[in-house]
Design a binder for this molecule. Structure first.
Ligand SMILES: Nc1ncnc2c1ncn2[C@@H]1O[C@H](COP(=O)(O)OP(=O)(O)OP(=O)(O)O)[C@@H](O)[C@H]1O
Ligand SMILES: [Mg+2]
Length: 261
């Protein structure tokens, strides 16, 4: 087994880390997101594919007290105007009504009920770059109905282009928190690799120091790319019965990945 070969407790660089690497971006993002707790706001998190948008939101949700905040998170791609609200209602634990307008009202009333119990409501919508202009516009109207919840939108950078459309200017003007999950620096990339290895139980260094600039260059400092490249490098070293990942191993791993970074 790969992890035993490297004297680890589990396979490292898997998509669901058991702890969060505290990059500068993550820490700043967490502070900015806190403002959504205190009053109804709209926040927008953008960033390259695999740059940690969902993990940042998960880390934020982990800090919230469920007795104080009800969080409704829906990862839904390409929703219709009805399906987005139906999805939110289902995630909120409500049996959704038949028509979109009724569902919106049902949700607003439900949020109001929660707020009378002294709790806040936070709706988190992932994959927003796949939302149509109509869906985004309806979200704005929904938010405006009573402004009784906060909304976090997550999406790939092209969402900012969509939000520049005149039709979506009203939504854009309502966004008060902007976060961009920037890529990791060389030092952060090194620290992240160490962090993921320690998380898997490593007590000694497995990657040669000279590999980090190469990992950083090929991955462009994007978390998911770092994970893939490092996992591939570990697999190659394991197959070759090597205990240390060298620059050659990383280069071979890079070539093995079947798409161009
Ligand atoms: N702060 C972090 N700590 C530990 N691992 C992380 C962190 N951020 C990202 N990762 C790793 O990178 C992977 C990709 O992160 P994430 O899914 O959050 O990216 P994303 O920007 O939401 O991607 P997509 O655009 O595909 O939705 C995660 O599965 C996890 O392995
Ligand atoms: Mg994501």
């Amino acid at each position: 087994m790969l992890h035993k070969h490297f004297e680890l407790n589990k396979i490292p660089f898997t998509p669901n880390p058991s702890a969060f690497f505290e990059s500068e971006t993550l820490n700043i993002g967490l502070v900015k997101l806190q403002t959504t707790i205190f009053s109804p706001q709209i926040a927008l998190i953008t960033g390259k594919i695999g740059s940690g948008k969902t993990i940042l939101t998960t880390a934020f949700m982990d800090t919230l007290d469920p007795t104080e905040i009800k969080v409704i998170m829906t990862p839904v791609a390409n929703p219709s105007p009805r399906s987005i609200f139906k999805n939110i209602a289902t995630r909120a634990g409500l049996p959704p009504f038949m028509y979109g307008d009724d569902i919106k009202l049902q949700l607003i009333n439900h949020f109001e009920e929660i707020r009378t119990q002294g709790k806040s409501v936070l709706v988190v919508l992932d994959e927003c770059h796949t939302f149509s202009v109509d869906v985004l516009d309806q979200l704005k109207t929904f938010f405006d109905t009573k402004r009784n919840f906060s909304l976090i939108l997550l999406g790939q950078p092209q969402i900012t282009k969509t939000l520049r459309l005149t039709a979506l200017l009203p939504l854009k003007q309502r966004i008060s928190v902007f976060i961009n999950t920037s890529t990791l620096s060389l030092k952060e990339t090194r620290d992240y690799v160490d962090f993921r290895l320690k998380e898997a139980g490593a007590s000694t260094s497995i990657f040669d120091e000279k590999t980090f600039p190469i990992i950083h260059q090929h991955s462009e400092g994007v978390y998911r790319m770092i994970d893939q490249l490092c996992f591939q490098a570990l697999t190659i070293a394991y197959m070759n019965k090597c205990n240390i990942i060298t620059t050659q191993t990383v280069e071979s791993a890079y070539k093995n990945l079947d798409y161009d970074f």
